[in-house]
Design a protein around this ligand. Structure first.
Ligand code: HEC
Length: 142
């Protein structure tokens, strides 16, 4: 009895606080993604994408060209920095010839608006072949 009473009071105070901060509904909404995010513990997640594909010829060829260019200053494999992460790009596009060509042309011409307001600068010195090898590597990373 002595324990439950102050606890109830505490909960009531918390509920009051949540209301004070702009409505109970919103506060439950924001707490939901945090709960679902910690749920999936699939073994796939334990191996980094780099590890997973490091022996794939598309990976080996593509990463060499990506590293020789400026891509890594704006893109990381699994984290968004200036540009989207390669994993996010790979999740968005299927690895088809059409998509590889379309994205390679975008890397060469530059572009904006697909991922936000920040533009990707053009890479006019890249050949279409090199850009396609890079994009094929990017789209592998899923
Ligand atoms: C100065 C920063 C910067 C550099 C350097 C850069 N990118 Fe990007 N990249 C971006 C940004 C920002 C976007 C998102 C553009 C958009 O929203 O349309 C992007 C988007 C992309 C996309 C997805 C395009 C789409 O339409 O979904 C690919 C693929 C890509 N970059 C590959 C590369 C490759 C390969 C290189 C190296 C040759 C490179 N990027 C260099 C900033 C950069």
């Amino acid at each position: 009895m002595k324990i439950t009473k102050p606890l109830n009071l505490g909960l009531a105070a918390l509920a009051g606080l949540a209301f004070a901060c702009g409505g109970g509904e919103k506060s439950t909404e924001t707490s939901t993604p945090a709960v679902t995010e910690s749920k999936p513990a699939e073994p796939v997640q334990e191996m980094s994408l780099e590890e997973k594909y490091k022996d794939d010829p598309i990976y080996v060829k593509g990463i060499a060209k990506v590293k020789a260019s400026d891509c890594t200053s704006c893109h990381m494999v699994e984290r968004k920095i200036v540009g989207p992460s390669y994993a996010d790009v790979a999740a968005k596009y299927e690895s088809t010839d059409e998509n590889i060509t379309m994205l390679a042309e975008k890397v060469i011409a530059g572009g904006v608006g697909t991922w936000g307001e920040v533009p990707m600068p053009p890479h006019p010195n890249l050949s279409l072949e090199d850009a396609k090898d890079m994009v094929a590597y990017v789209l592998l990373l899923k």
